[in-house]
Each structure stands twice: as C-alpha cells, then as structure tokens.
Ligand binder design. Structure first.
Ligand SMILES: [Zn+2]
Ligand SMILES: [Zn+2]
Length: 705
C-alpha cells in the first residue's frame, strides 16, 4: 500500500518532518516527506501505510497545527527506506508561519550543563524553540530564507541538522558557540551594569528592550524618566515560574500561560506584600509578568538573580528598534550579530472567564491564523489596514485571516514609516497581492491615509470591532454587540464609543447608545479627564468644583467641540469628579484608577440606561460623602446592568463584548457573569484583542461581504 498525504497548517519549523520520519521508521514504512509551499507532503509505503494518517495526528509535535490533510492512494513503488527530501519552492506559499517560541526545557538543561558543548551559549535553540517569525525573510521556512543564512554550520551542528533522530534535525536557526551568532560584549558587563543600578539596552528576540533592576527604586525611576513614563505600569521578567509565584498569585491556567512556548507578558494579581508593586505598577489593578524566553534572557536573569523591568527601548510612539536603540537611552548596549528581520513586540495576555486571552498579539502568537466562518464568494485576497492606535494589519487569503504583529500607535513619523513598510508583509510572504484593501472610515488615521492609494473599501470602526469578535468566536449570525471604547468615527460623523449594535459582519443597526456630550477641544480631552467632567456637568447644568480657573472654563466652552457617545470618556469624567485623575499620562489611566479603587463586594448600582441619570446619582453620592471606592464600584455595576437591560430588550441571545473598555477586568468579568446568569451566551475575545489591535481582522471580515 502506498499513500500520499498533503498536509496544510503550521507544520514547518516545529519538528514536523522528524516526527514523520520517526513514526514512519517505527511502522516500517518506506517513502519520503518534504516541505512544500502549502505545508508538507508525505508519501508512505508498507503494510501499515493506511494507518499512518491517524498515528501521525495522534503524535503531532507540540507546536504543530494541522488544518487539513488530503489523502491519495498510489500504486506501490517498492520503496522500503524513509527519507526527508529538500523543500520545493514552487507554487504560492500558504503554509502557516510559525511564531517565535520560548526556550524549551531540553535546551534550558543544556544551557546550564557544564558538560554540554552549548553550556552558556546564548543562542541555542532546537526544532521546539527559538526564533522563527522574527528571522523569516521568505517562505518556505528554510535556513537560507532566514537571517541565519550567513552563519555556516560547523561540522558538529551540521551532523545534528542532518540526523533525523536528533532533536535539532532541520532546526533552521541551529547554532553553537563555534559557528553561530555572538554577543558583541561580555554578558558579565551587562550584569554588572544592571547590578550597579544602571540601564541596559538589550537586543532580544524581536527588538531592543530597555532593562533595569526591578528591585532597585533608583534604577526603575531612571528608566521611567528616560522613557517619560512616570507612572504607567511596566512589565517584569523573572527567571522561572517559581520566581513568578513569589511575586504573584497565579492560578493553574495563569501558570500554564506564563510557562508556555508563547511566553506572553501575563497581567495578573500581585501578592499584596509584593515589594515591587508600587515601583512597577502603582495604582494598577494588574501586574505584568513574564518568564525569560530566550537563552540570553535566562543567562542574564540567572547571573543577576533578581527580577528585571523589561520595556521596549523606544521613545513614545516610535516603533520597537531592531538595529540599534535610540542614542543615549541606556548606559550600556548589549547587542549581537543575528539580524532581526522584523520587530515583534512582546504579547500581553490574561486569564479571564477561564481562558487565556490576548490583549496584544506579538511574539509567540504572531502571525495569528484564524479560520473564517465564511469566505468571500470570489476568493479575492483582502488586506486590512487596521486602526490608528495599537495598530495591526491583516491579510485574508484562502479562507484564513492572518493577523500580523502589533505595530503600535501611528502617532510618530517613525511609526507611520514602519507601518507602511510592514502593512503588506503577510501578503508579500504569501506572494499574493491584495485585491481588496479595507480601512477605517476615519480620514485622519495614518492607516486610512496609507490605504488611500489602493482605492480602499471602508469599514466603520465599531462595526469592525463587532466583526472581529464574531470572527474570534467563529460565529456568523446576528448578535448584540456591546462595543465600548474611547473613540471611533460613527456613520453620523460624531465620535462613537458607547454603542450597542445588533447585527453581523454584513450589517448592523445601532440599537442603543449614550446621549452624546461635547468633547471640549476634541481629542486633546483624551489626556484631560477634567475636560470631560466639565462637559458632563455642563450638560447636566450642575456646578461642581473642578481644577479650572474661570477663564479656562469659559475658553473651553467656546471651543469647537465634537460630540461623543464614548464610554471610555465617561470613565475619564468620573475619575476627574472623584479627584483621581485630572490630566492623564496615557489613555485609559482614569479608568485604570477607577478599576483599581472599586470595592469588590459593593452590591448597589445606579439606575437608568443613560449616563445623565447615572451621573445625577453619582453627584448625590458625592454630596453625601459616599466613599470613592463605593462610587466606582456602583458605576461599574451600573454599566453591567445597562448591558443586561439592552440585551433583554433586543431579544438576541448572543452578546458580544468588544472595544478597549473590555480591558477592564472588573467590567468584563461582571458583565460575563451577569449576562450568563440571565441566559445569554457571551462572546468574549480570545486571540484577537478587544482593543483596536483587533480592528484589522474585523475589517477583513466586513470586506468579505
Ligand atoms: Zn529547544
Ligand atoms: Zn556549530
């Protein structure tokens, strides 16, 4: 019997062919396997060839993902040896690109084994771990198509690479201290610099990071001043899960996510006595932590023996640097000679409603491959330009939506240049040209302006959020979408952000929204919650002491001010009324303070389905000196009750929650719980972020119509 299997999915760069080889030998089958543009093709011949497909599927390597297998019966050729053949580079590449993977346990043991030839070699890797997307220039994923192409393997590495029984068989970035990439300075120097309380810029996997000793208040405050981030939460990297447990209260799902091959920054709860909390995440409901994910990070943390603050080595709104960090940012730069092909930021994840969910899609996850519940009738390729903040692009091709890595805010020239260079990179990797380009209706988004050259299709911001949540949940039917965020242009050309949309990716109807209120001075108000508070009070005709001079007040009221129905701004307005945040360091800071403050077991809620009614009750509470903790909790509770109320009115049984406001854990968890209690099915984001990072995928779905 001879059988051919055409396998598509994520089967390159994950140890797929060695597994096939091992299984074929163990079943005494002859034949061959090779990578193709579509994935891999296998031919097996022998008595047990008919069983091979099932055995293979039950023994796939950890990071492999098989989407589809086509099986053909062939006539036997009398082949009794099994071999691995070289790749064919014809045809359009469609195989899934593997994300960068954190150092596996086998490699980690070698790294710290003085007897091993790779003892303390900072770039060791194997078929189960190491760089992938960040070094990929071209498909298929073979060494000469990566930035490892200039490193010639030494005889020992070559033997491993060629031996199907070796765990480095065809590990494309395979390297050792003799033949592979090297650091440009001794590691000890970086360790000493950090111990000394100074800042080190480190070339990591997907770009340069700025590091500081997380236990040294002076070092952290220097990093904050260099980055102009006086209070914004920072992430901490530790050497091991055991170290993470010392700082955070982790449940088993969180521990699993942290130590996975994706190794995201996990937003979790710090231990109440954690000494680092006030330094790295003051007044934040979350604590961002990750484990070392490359051999270089493992060595550094091992030698340093303390947690590190790790943040991108860029100035505000600039892209993550891949060639060198900005001049003067760090006291020392530790670099190496393995080129980074594209910047890949760290991913951010959290465990919510019993699942690991992404808040930023980057290293370990990007490029994300989602199967669309429906396909454009003519099979055209779509390129979606995404939003303006937390931007990302997506390519829809042959029934799959591929989402690239987080590209950040498109607020600086550097970021916009980076965006235009990388917007179509997934299309380029798959050698397809976009036939439909889709962008947000907002004319001032850098992504929309970029798309102009292509005569783009347009998608409305909040519709794209809903479509993205539907794709993420593989749902293709009308639902109620509660889409709450900071701002996005609505079809009536006001700024939306507190929307209930009933419908699907084809069309939506706005079934409920907040009464619009002015945004004094436009987008500037995003950084000044006190302006929002003033606008809300003016709308209500109320007086309340706010930190403005009478002149400032009058000037603000005279400005041309767009109307908004934003939920994000309501959070800002309340944070100003409670005296928590008058000027914000970053968007969402007011909401973060409110969430941090809200007392956990408050049962009461405000009444009504619109903000003016609720804010009148809030003002009464303030007058009665109800503590801020309770007011904040009542406000959160009220928002949840509004969702339940509107859901009950519309009669749709599925409710999708999307938009940046659902990065508020309290709001999201309570809404999830209450809606389920009332018999609704709740669609939360899983792989696509609820914030604007998910817009591109949603736009692609809308353009499918
Ligand atoms: Zn490994
Ligand atoms: Zn070598």
């Amino acid at each position: 019997v001879r059988v051919r299997l055409d396998v598509s999915g994520r089967v390159q760069g994950v140890g797929f062919r060695p597994t096939v080889h091992r299984l074929a030998e163990s079943m005494s089958l002859g034949g061959w396997v090779r990578n193709t543009a579509e994935g891999a093709t296998i031919e097996v011949e022998g008595l047990q060839a008919g069983r091979f497909r099932d055995v293979l599927l039950s023994e796939l390597p950890g990071q492999a993902q098989v989407d589809h297998i086509r099986t053909f019966q062939l006539s036997p050729q009398g082949q009794d040896v099994f071999r691995i053949e070289t790749s064919l580079e014809e045809g359009h590449p469609t195989t899934l690109i593997t994300p960068d993977l954190a150092t596996c346990s086998d490699c980690l043991s070698e790294l710290f084994d003085p007897q091993d030839r790779r003892y303390r070699y900072p770039f060791l890797n194997c078929t189960q771990c190491g760089p992938r997307f960040s070094i990929l220039k071209k498909l298929p994923y073979d060494r000469h198509n990566t930035s490892m192409t200039d490193f010639v393997m030494c005889p020992e590495c070559q033997i491993e690479y060629d031996d199907p029984r070796d765990r480095r068989f065809h590990a494309q970035p395979n390297a050792c201290g003799v033949c592979g990439p090297q650091l440009d300075l001794p590691l000890e120097q970086a360790v000493a610099t950090l111990k000394d309380g100074q800042l080190v810029a480190l070339k990591g996997l997907g770009g340069f990071h700025l590091l500081a000793d997380a236990t040294n208040p002076k070092a952290v405050s220097r990093l904050r001043s260099v980055k102009a981030r006086p209070t914004k939460p920072l992430a901490v990297m530790v050497a091991s899960l055991r170290r993470a447990h010392e700082l955070c209260r982790l449940n088993s799902l969180e521990a699993q996510a942290l130590s996975s091959a994706q190794a995201p920054i996990l937003l979790t709860k710090p231990r109440p006595d954690s000494p680092l909390r006030d330094l790295v995440a003051p007044n934040s409901p979350h604590f961002g932590i990750m484990l070392a994910y490359t051999p270089l990070h493992h060595l550094l943390l091992h030698d340093l023996d303390r947690p590190l603050v790790v943040t991108s080595a860029n100035f505000k709104d600039d892209p993550l640097p891949i060639d060198r960090p900005p001049e003067g940012m760090a006291d020392m730069v530790l670099s190496h000679n393995r080129p980074i092909v594209r910047a890949v930021d760290d991913s951010i994840a959290w465990v919510l409603a019993d699942q690991v969910r992404l808040l930023r899609c980057g290293r370990g996850y990007a490029p994300l491959a989602l199967t669309s519940p429906s396909e454009p009738t003519d099979g055209r390729t779509i390129l979606a330009a995404g939003g303006h903040q937390k931007s990302s692009t997506a390519c829809h091709h042959q029934g799959r939506t591929l989402v690239g890595a987080h590209l950040g805010e498109l607020e600086s020239l550097g970021a916009v240049t980076n965006f235009s260079q990388r917007a179509d990179e997934l299309c380029r990797l798959y050698q397809v040209s976009p036939e439909i380009v889709v962008a947000d209706h907002h004319p001032d988004y850098a992504s929309s302006r970029w798309a102009e050259d292509y005569g783009p299709t347009k998608a409305w911001h909040h519709h794209a959020h809903l479509a993205s949540c539907l794709l993420d949940n593989e749902v293709d039917e009308p639902v109620l979408g509660c889409i709450w965020d900071g701002s996005g242009l609505g079809p009536d050309l006001t700024i939306w952000g507190g929307e209930f949309l009933a419908g699907d990716r084809r069309e939506v109807r706005r079934v409920h929204h907040w009464t619009p209120y002015p945004l004094y001075g436009g987008e500037v108000a995003v950084r000044e919650p006190r302006r929002v508070a003033l606008a809300l009070l003016d709308h209500l005709g109320c007086n309340f002491p706010l930190p403005f001079s009478p002149l400032e007040r009058d000037n603000l009221r005279r400005l041309q001010s767009p109307l908004t129905s934003s939920t994000g701004r309501l959070f800002d307005g309340l944070s100003s009324l409670l005296g928590l945040c008058q000027k914000a360091e970053f968007e969402g800071q007011g909401a973060m303070f409110l969430e941090f403050l809200a007392c956990p077991n408050e049962q009461e809620s405000y009444r009504g389905d619109d903000w003016p009614v609720a804010f009148e009750q809030i003002l009464k509470d303030l007058e009665n000196q109800v503590p801020n903790q309770r007011i904040s909790a009542r406000f959160h509770n009220w928002l949840v009750e509004v969702i339940v109320m509107v859901a009950q009115r519309t009669g749709l049984r599925k409710v999708a929650l999307s938009g940046g406001c659902f990065q508020n854990r309290r709001l999201t968890e309570h809404a999830w719980g209450r809606l389920r209690q009332e018999g609704f099915e709740v669609l939360l984001h899983r792989r696509l972020p609820p914030n604007d990072g998910g817009l591109s995928a949603g736009q692609a779905m809308i353009a499918c119509v």
